[in-house]
Design a protein around this ligand. Structure first.
Ligand code: NAD
Length: 432
């Protein structure tokens, strides 16, 4: 759909505690949307920074007993207006306050867009989890959970998995919190194993939700998925599940990648065999039956659907002009810069923006929290039906706004979210 790009002339505030390339991107996207929707200036300035940011440093003992490392951790709550805050925990060597704050801001718009009763939050620890033993990972998680325990809680702020964390990490997190209060508190985190109060369908929810949206977008664009090809960057939780559900919809997967390599096969890759290979070898590198490509080459492969599901800042002014896809489905948070957005709009690439594209995860996290707080257990069918309804509803609202106001899909999705938060803020008024 041709979009009319609105000129954007908002200055960013000067250097602040949160300053980082990713936080600047989140702020710029927000300011562009705020300008177009003529957001009240007081509300705009209030939403430009997180309400609470906690930075902690703590010791982590390695398996070699005498070796103790000081590591940095964060928990950021962007908006406390909407209900408890919600957002994942990332373990990655590049994590910093600015990155976590950007992710927390996006969580606010995402929850509001999906009409979930949460504000946005995010957490992270600056460490490479692939370099830790299982015992080290457990000690790190327990100590980090203790360090942030004062500001989290089932009614306050509910963490979940993100890059570098998984169900097991959530189980240790839940156990640590429960040990402190003296009884089991399943609702303290989502994305737990099902036997600990986790929800059916949560693990694969982000990938599943993305593919529900791809089906809606294909329908809107008149694309036949059974004749379409896809490239997926990242083969972790989001990427591997997105690839799996795309394949179930008979889309031909011609490229995948992870941190170790990219793989290309124009005749199609067998997703189950890729999953089997990764289970055995840990990474994709060495997978037979495909040509190795770099991650940057992978993004430029000709395909119908490109799904970045790894890291931020992958599609920039440098490579956006060379992308050769019809549909860009963002599973990762912040994979595309503002300059790249503009190039893709001009190329008429249809975008499923991150706050919509990967919202399946937080939506099923919400279902998990509802089940935990009310002692309910829903079937997988109930969960997937509810997820489908919410994803399609948000897609329809975003597309409608995009068409009606002649906006690109990212700006339309942001405005949908921001508008809800702004309305709530005005209704609650100012204290004191
Ligand atoms: P994950 O840790 O399970 O997987 C990350 C994948 O990215 C791995 O395959 C890893 O090898 C790959 N990767 C890392 N560095 C790379 C690089 N330089 N180039 C290419 N690939 C690289 O993480 P995940 O949970 O799948 O998260 C991926 C993205 O999706 C993140 O942006 C995250 O914020 C976002 N997200 C995740 C969820 C969720 O439910 N897990 C929900 C919403 C958004």
């Amino acid at each position: 759909m041709p979009s009319i790009f609105q000129p954007f002339d908002q200055e960013l505030p000067g250097k602040t505690e949160w300053d980082s390339p990713m936080f600047r991107l989140a702020q710029q996207q927000f300011l562009k949307a705020a300008q177009i929707m003529e957001l009240d200036e007081n509300i705009r300035d209030r939403l430009l920074f997180p309400q609470r940011s906690l930075t902690v440093s703590f010791p982590c003992r390695r398996d070699e007993y005498s070796q103790v490392e000081t590591v940095f951790g964060y928990r950021v709550q962007h908006v406390l207006t909407m209900g408890p805050t919600k957002g994942g925990i990332r373990y990655h060597q590049d994590v910093n306050l600015g990155e976590v704050s950007a992710l927390a801001m996006w969580m606010t718009w995402k929850c509001a867009l999906m009409e979930l009763p949460f504000g946005g939050a995010k957490g992270g620890v600056r460490i490479d989890p692939t370099k830790l033993s299982r015992a080290e990972l457990q000690r790190l998680t327990r100590r980090y959970a203790m360090e942030i325990t004062d500001i989290i809680g089932p009614d306050r702020d509910i963490p979940a998995p993100d890059m570098g964390t998984n169900e097991q990490v959530m189980a240790w997190f839940m156990d640590t919190y429960s040990q402190q209060v003296g009884y089991a508190v399943p609702a303290i985190v989502t994305g737990k194993p099902v036997v600990l109060g986790g929800s059916l369908g949560r693990t694969e929810a982000t990938g599943r939700g993305l593919v529900y949206l791809i089906c809606e977008a294909a329908n809107h664009l008149g694309m036949d998925l059974t004749k379409s090809t896809a490239v997926v960057q990242g083969f972790g939780n989001v990427g591997s599940n997105a690839a799996r559900f795309l394949a179930e919809n008979r889309v031909k997967i011609i490229g995948v990648s992870d941190v170790s390599t990219g793989l290309h096969n124009a005749n199609g890759l067998e997703v189950n065999s890729l999953l089997e290979y990764v289970r055995e070898h840990g990474v994709l590198k060495g997978y037979p039956g495909a040509e190795e490509v770099s991650n940057s080459e992978l993004l430029e492969l000709k395909c119908d659907i490109l799904a970045p599901c790894a890291l931020q800042n992958q599609i920039t002014a440098k490579n956006a002009g060379r992308l050769d896809c019809r549909l860009l489905a963002e599973g990762a948070n912040g994979p595309t810069t503002l300059e790249a957005d503009q190039i893709l709009i001009e190329k008429d690439v249809f975008l499923l923006p991150d706050i919509l594209g990967n919202a399946g995860g937080v939506t099923v996290s919400y279902f998990e929290w509802v089940q935990d707080t009310q002692n309910l257990t829903w079937t997988l069918e109930e969960i997937n039906n509810r997820l489908h309804k919410i994803m399609v509803g948000a897609f329809d609202r975003t597309l409608l706004r995009s068409q009606r106001d002649k906006l690109d899909m990212r700006t339309a999705a942001l405005i949908e979210g921001i508008q809800r938060v702004a309305k709530a803020k005005l209704l609650r008024g100012l204290f004191p």
